[in-house]
Design a protein around this ligand. Sequence first.
Ligand SMILES: Nc1ncnc2c1ncn2[C@@H]1O[C@H](COP(=O)(O)OP(=O)(O)OP(=O)(O)O)[C@@H](O)[C@H]1O
Length: 567
Amino acid sequence: MNSFFSEYRTRFLKLIEQSELDAHEREVPEFDNPAMGTPDTLVCVRIRPMTDQEKENEHIQGVFEHAKGVVHLYEPRRRTNGKPEVNNSSFTLDEAYGPNDSTEDIYSNCVSELVEWGLQGGTGMLIAYGQTGSGKTFTVTGLEILLVEKMIEAQVSGTKEVRVCIFEVSGSKVLDLLNERNPLAVREDAFGTMQLNGVLEYSPKTSNEFFELIDTAKTLRTTASTTKNDESSRSHSICRMRIIDKESATADEGRIMLVDLAGSEASADTTQHSRERMTETREINKSLSVLKECISKRAQWSIARSEGKQKPIHVPYRTNKLTQVLKSAFDVHNTQTCKTIVVACITPSVLDVAHSKNTLRYAETLKVPIPKAEAMPFHEQIPITWSNKDVHEWILKNSGNPNINPKLLAPRDTGIQLCRLDQDEFIRRALLTKGVEHKQANLLYLRLWSLHIDSRALLNRPGGSVEQIKALQPKTNEVRKKIVKPGMFFNIRAGEMDQTVTCVMAMGEEKGGNGTWHCAVVRMAKDCKYSGAHELYVAEQVGVNVGRLDDELTLVYDSKTRYYYME
Ligand SMILES: Nc1ncnc2c1ncn2[C@@H]1O[C@H](COP(=O)(O)OP(=O)(O)OP(=O)(O)O)[C@@H](O)[C@H]1O
């Protein structure tokens, strides 16, 4: 094609100019972008400017960005009669950046959000994908510099601490780029989080300290020559920042991951290289394909879920190191919300259009909604399903005498957060309650842990699925709905109402069938000479969901004293 292109260069230039003019005329100024509407995933395309070498070789521009994330591509072709023609195609992503758009434009339009997201305890991920030499490293490094400035600013003025590690995934190896390419083991912890065992994390205090880390990592990254780019990166590089709230051990840890994927070379580009190099390319393409498969499985799962189906879908993230370390972005069991930005990098040259189309096709498949994980339904045997209120109730029931004050042990902690506390911190907090001894505090810690371990066995996997937990519910709300009848008395869960309320009497179900019952409260009779006497406050009614009504009680009305008594 190169000699054919050179022969008809001027003709191709004219054909493309004319097609672009027509495209602009056809363009409707305001139209709905079909790619919009998935706030958790944003897929952009960036077309880099021509390099000096491309200009020297008189390449012509065959890729153009249009409004609303549209990209037009023109591919030179030879007709059967030997004449030149261009094949038009277009793709629509969320945003399209052209050769004149700067990295600052991309940062301010979309990436700056990731900083806020990370600072508030979410997970933000930026992925640069594309053919070798398409500008991935240029884009990620530029965004990294802008992002770092903001991070350091937030760290200096607030209570946050940023911990950074940079590593590369090269075939089946994960190597620490801040520690002489030390090999790292990837392990899944009890919560299903992928941990990098042995990784060195730094807490840079200034932007310059941060940039030094980025430079160190850059020089250590595996590079080897390719036909496309002399400085080509042959590994996936990941910069992970953990944002920790120094004042609250229990606040969710924020995470930002910047992923510079290895070039997606086609086999044609590798024909001049060694067997080792070809194997490396195959490995890279395999990992990119598993990444795509994981994301597409996640999409299938999300579609099935939105349709109310509970089809089990296997996301094959374990098959590859890259997908293992990026698991949180497409894991259907992730309880933390995640925002993902994908920048598909392409070159402007008409001779690379076939590659660019592959990149854009790949980008389109990544454009899937990543819904927030459904809240886990409460189960008393599964600590990771407990709300802060449930945690308090469990502490009161299980901490012995004197009761450990739940507000001191778990001020805002959910069950997951309580399980995450290490033993020393758990005991330190428990000992804040006067009269509590080390042995008692330790016993409660062990009790929580044995429950947590048993619940993992119950669920057959670290986090379990919402469906699995629902299936384990001893009494579903549907069953309860049948049990509850007006006039029945029920215990209510501790912490649900003020402590003077002994129990409630079901009065009637709210309209709409959402399982909420109007209940009148029952209290011990005040200043009353009859022991065990209770009063029913019919005028004081509360809405209680059937799931929150505990065991049924029998209260008998005594017409002589005009009080209720428990049987
Ligand atoms: N937006 C841009 N503006 C100016 N120059 C750019 C831009 N994007 C890329 N370049 C230049 O293009 C060349 C290739 O870019 P880069 O090394 O980032 O590609 P890459 O996709 O990371 O390649 P590889 O996969 O081989 O690592 C570099 O010389 C880079 O400086």
